[in-house]
Design a protein around this ligand. Structure first.
Ligand code: GDG
Length: 483
């Protein structure tokens, strides 16, 4: 029955991602409803998808359920089913416990399991088949992220007529680390099925290109790689950086809303109007450097360089990957640290750390950005880090200080932040004190420059630059060596 509903070969533009841009909700009477999950990717691609009558291929977020394709808010949705065991092996296992730690420079030890790999191959094939079926002749297919690295090659084999792009949202590691992967050749070959392979930073694209040279010996000129096809003919594949961004205007608009500002005011009040509010916003993930941040803050309080009378740290740690053991351990460690630090330093009137293990609506996040004086982004490794850009976009009064780790993609662009190496706890402490005491004029000077950058490079520009490169890939490959 499902086949009748599939509109085969109907779409000129297809996005493939692990998760669909909609969430499945069960109504009070058991009926199925769908709600958009308004992430950055959806915002960026929505206009493109509408204009091209595009379709989105992905998983709906519930295991062991099959859904028919449907239309939601003008976007055609093609759900791909995953079983409970595939969810464990392909998603929680190979994606989040093998690739995620490996690609983030083995901050946590990656697990290598052959059954996980088998599930990864199987699920990637299912996504590739769904996309191959939905794509019209010569359609553009844009595959997203590390969960689906084999899809470009699988798709090309089924449908050599397609124009295939891939974007990697997380870092790509140096060869010395990447080469641990028992399936290192298969993954590179999977990616090389694309016409354009996008990364966050130039360094990621460089690591990828070097890995291709080492493992396959293909010739590369700048960002163009010569990839031999089955009949010996050479395809030109482009691998370069396309730094992702946010809907900058959308965030600023929210920040300017009177009700959001009133809420920001209320947040400050409820924290006892401290002189300085420092803020961390992260998925609870070991890549984000939350422990380093807490350690530095604790030592500053202990040594009297900051006082709980003047400074409060708000740490939002949104729940993430709670079925993966490393994440459970991390949560315990962080909550132990927060409990200790609050026990040691809080007074009845002043809390050292307001720790929130919740997800919040976007309005509340923006109110938090507005309420804060210092944003702490101390990731040990991060593809981009959108939180840094969101804080900047919301600071329309040109005030606020961003402390930003050099190990984020965002640090390539946001040079006027206070850049830190989060492993250097003394350096991090100095940066936090500097941020708390930075004169107004200096704050404004830096924030103006940061805001210009984020305003001019928003997520719409990111997607249009990528898609232009992709649809012009033939032209690039035949002449110009570097983009
Ligand atoms: C991956 C890469 C790359 C967080 N908590 C809440 C909430 N968030 C939002 C933030 C931000 C997003 O989630 C997180 O994006 P990040 O970029 O900071 O990090 P990852 O989730 O690790 O994302 C990363 C990104 O992909 C895009 O390519 O930048 O490097 O790791 O937008 O605001 N949003 C709401 N409530 C929360 O509680 N509404």
């Amino acid at each position: 029955a499902r086949d009748d509903l599939y509109v085969d070969a109907a779409y000129d533009m297809i996005v493939v991602s692990n998760r669909l841009p909609v969430d499945y909700l069960q109504g009070p009477d058991g009926e199925t409803t769908w709600k958009s999950s308004p992430g950055g990717l959806v915002t960026a691609l929505e206009p493109v998808m509408r204009a091209a009558d595009g379709a989105w291929v992905g998983w709906a977020g519930v295991a062991d359920r099959e859904f028919d394709p449907f239309e939601h808010d003008g976007i055609n949705i093609i759900p791909v089913p995953l079983s409970e065991s595939e969810l464990e092996e392909y998603y929680e296992g190979f994606s989040n416990d093998t690739l995620w730690p490996l690609y983030h420079d083995v901050i946590a030890p990656p697990s290598y399991h052959r059954e996980w790999w088998d599930a990864y191959v199987r699920v990637n094939r299912r996504f590739a088949e769904a996309a191959a079926r939905a794509a019209s002749p010569g359609a553009v297919v844009w595959v997203q992220d590390y969960q689906l690295q084999l899809v470009p090659r699988m798709l090309r084999e089924k449908r050599p007529d397609l124009v295939i792009g891939f974007f990697n949202h997380i870092p790509f590691p140096a060869y010395g680390i990447y080469s641990q992967l028992p399936w290192r050749r298969q993954v590179l070959d999977g990616l090389l099925g694309a016409d354009v392979i996008g990364f966050q930073r130039a360094a990621d694209a460089g690591n990828f290109t070097r890995a291709v040279r080492r493992l396959f010996g293909y010739a590369t000129r700048g960002s163009v790689l010569d990839v031999p096809g089955p009949d010996g003919e050479v395809r030109h594949v482009v691998a370069r950086q396309f730094p992702i961004s946010i809907d900058s205007a959308g965030f600023e608009e929210l920040a300017r809303r009177p009700d959001v500002q009133a809420r920001a005011h209320e947040i400050r009040e409820s924290l006892g109007n401290p002189e300085t509010i420092m803020l961390g916003v992260d998925r609870l993930d070991y890549t984000k450097g939350i422990r380093h941040r807490l350690k530095a803050f604790g030592e500053l309080l202990r040594d009297g360089r900051l006082s709980v009378e003047d400074v409060t740290l708000v740490q939002v740690a949104s729940p993430s990957r709670e079925r993966v053991e490393t994440y459970r351990q991390l949560r315990d460690e962080i909550e132990l640290m927060v409990g200790r630090l609050n026990g040691d330093h809080s007074t009845l009137g002043h809390q050292a750390i307001a720790y929130l293990h919740h997800g919040y609506p976007r309005e509340e996040m923006v109110a938090l950005y507005l309420a804060s004086d210092v944003m702490l982004v101390t990731a040990l490794r991060d593809g981009m880090n959108l939180v840094a850009k969101e804080f900047v976009a919301c600071s329309f009064d040109d005030d606020g200080v961003l402390v930003l780790s050099e190990f984020t993609g965002a640090s390539d662009e946001l040079r006027q932040a206070i850049l830190v190496n989060p492993h250097d706890i003394e350096g991090l402490k100095d940066a936090m004190v500097e941020a708390a005491h930075m004169p107004r004029k200096e704050r404004a000077r830096r924030m103006r420059a940061l805001r210009r950058r984020v305003r001019e490079n928003d997520v719409a520009k990111w997607s249009s630059t990528f898609l232009k490169t992709l649809t012009g890939a033939g032209i690039i490959a035949s002449g110009v060596p570097d983009g």
